[in-house]
Design a binder for this molecule. Structure first.
Ligand code: NAD
Length: 485
């Protein structure tokens, strides 16, 4: 065990097996929280300012680290999804923080007047964040922004699959915050497991549904409240009144950003039966325009590691073995070296519903295309699966849009666009059922990481005293007035 007092946050480091007693460290952080007053709005704004400066100063190092971890990760996609979106989240929180922190007056029952009641937002204490590899900066830092805005201290455990980014985040945090304010611990599943058993005041887990269940079990030991940001199969339904080329453009853009390694990427598409071939043709053209080449194309991101590459190849072979037609879109007809882990954008037609690619979250550049005749068929297909994290509908007819909205349940919805709903700071981001619980971003993040404390203020004139024993005529009269005879 390394005594926490003997280290800076740069040294707060664990590999598998954990060499640091995380519990001692957590207690030290929490006692720092208790010995200081909740940070003022100005102090929280200063924390966010420092974080913003650090992100801007280190954005080149973060881009390089993610590039190293992926083999090739489009630099633009890193700047858009890991830096720009994160900074927007920060700026939005900072701009609204003063208003968010204000006590909210609440209604008081007529018989209690002239008392009044308010909700106060109070920091919870120390928040733990376990983050995944696919957007390794955004998914570690965006929850941090909400937690800092709410006045908490934070420990982050990034994914072991992006070790260079984990180290870059550790450096960034160590030079920006005191070690008993924000810290990063690194390590694999065993560190994650130990981390999720700690008695945090709140835990945010972003990752797979399988690990999410283990985290929830571990957190239940200490009744730690959770936000679980999980995955699933997010459908895209193309309505019969929507331009098929525009639908293919928007769906393929969402599918191939980060090579499909996005929790809200459209996982599979449902198109009207008579438009399937037009969708396939349009998808081929769109991909050829976006990615004229693949092998050396810096815009086209690699699959994160050999295990995931083999998993995705396995899905293709499994689907093919069950009768699916496989269309690899390889515009320049290159021979792709598996060592580079660039997988062709691949459309899958006539896929059996029991194929792995229709059972598991894909998380890669494969797109099964299913067909439907009536909208109700598409809705039933979606509803036969677990609640997805995102659902996309393409159409103009208001009644059909409303029908899809009211008859399906998903974490979020994009109408006529993929993924953009997640970049709206004023919309909560979170799943439902198997795709997660709780939400953050914007005010919803501030609220998730705060205790929303109801407070009742009695007035000098205390009407409730009239209701105390010995009960007599006055109480009888009051009860008759309230309840009737
Ligand atoms: P993962 O579940 O394998 O790992 C996520 C994190 O959990 C990592 O930091 C890992 O070290 C840690 N971990 C592993 N085993 C653990 C254990 N037993 N206890 C505690 N922590 C443990 O997920 P991943 O492969 O990194 O990410 C991909 C998944 O994440 C996909 O399912 C994707 O849909 C989901 N995801 C969801 C969101 C969202 O916001 N809803 C965002 C991105 C990714």
């Amino acid at each position: 065990m390394i005594p926490p007092s003997a280290q800076s946050s740069r040294d707060i480091y664990s590999t598998s097996p954990p060499s640091l007693d995380l519990g001692v460290f957590l207690r030290r952080m929490r006692s720092a929280q208790r010995s200081h007053q909740a940070p003022s709005c100005d102090a929280r704004v200063a924390h966010l300012d420092r974080l913003e400066e650090a992100l801007l100063r280190r954005k080149g190092a973060l881009v390089d680290a993610i590039q190293k971890d992926f083999g090739n990760r489009s630099r633009h996609e890193t700047l858009i999804a890991d830096i720009f979106v994160t900074l927007n989240e920060l700026k939005f929180a900072r701009a609204h923080l003063r208003a968010w922190m204000q006590p909210r007056p609440r209604h008081v029952g007529l018989s209690f007047l002239p008392a009044h009641a308010v909700l106060l937002y109070q920091p919870l204490g120390v928040v733990g964040i376990i983050s995944p590899w696919n957007y390794p900066v955004q998914l570690a830092i965006a929850p941090l922004i909400g937690a800092l805005a709410a006045g908490n201290r934070v420990i982050i455990k990034p994914s072991e699959l992006t070790p260079a980014t984990g180290e870059a985040l550790k450096d960034l945090i160590a030079e920006t915050f005191d070690p008993d304010h924000v810290a990063v611990v690194t390590g694999g599943p065993s560190v994650g497991e130990a981390f999720s058993r700690l008695p945090f005041d709140h835990l945010v887990f972003t990752g797979s549904t399988r690990v999410g269940k283990a985290v929830m079990r571990a957190a239940s030991e200490n009744l730690v409240p959770l936000v679980l940001e999980l995955g699933g199969k997010s459908p895209a339904i193309v309505g019969d009144d929507f331009d098929i080329v525009a639908a293919a453009e928007r769906i393929m853009m969402g599918k191939l950003f980060n090579s499909g390694q996005t929790c809200v990427a459209p996982d599979y598409v449902l198109v009207p039966e008579d438009k399937r071939d037009a969708f396939v043709d349009a998808a081929r053209d769109v991909v050829a325009n976006m990615y004229p080449t693949l092998q050396k194309n810096q815009d086209y991101t690699c699959v994160i590691n050999d295990r995931h590459y083999a998993r995705l190849q396995g899905y293709i072979e499994d689907a093919r073995g069950r009768g699916a037609r496989v269309i690899e879109i390889n515009p320049a007809r290159e021979t792709l070296d598996p060592k580079d882990r660039k997988l062709c954008p691949t459309l899958l037609l006539d896929v059996s519903d029991d194929a792995l690619v229709m059972q598991e979250e894909i998380f890669g550049p494969l797109l099964p295309i299913k067909t439907y005749r009536a909208l109700s068929e598409a809705i039933d297909f979606v509803n036969d699966k677990s609640n997805p994290l995102a659902l996309y509908y393409f159409g103009h007819d208001r009644r059909q849009i409303d029908r899809v909205l009211s008859e399906t349940l998903s974490g979020g919805v994009g109408i006529n666009e993929t993924m953009a709903h997640v970049a709206q700071e004023d919309l909560p981001f979170g799943g439902v059922g198997a795709s997660g619980m709780g939400a953050y971003h914007g005010f919803d993040g501030f609220e998730a990481f705060s205790k929303k404390k109801p407070v009742f203020y009695q007035s000098r004139i205390r009407t409730t005293g009239l209701l105390s024993p010995p009960y007599g005529r006055m109480v009888d009269t009051f009860l008759r007035w309230i309840l009737g005879k």
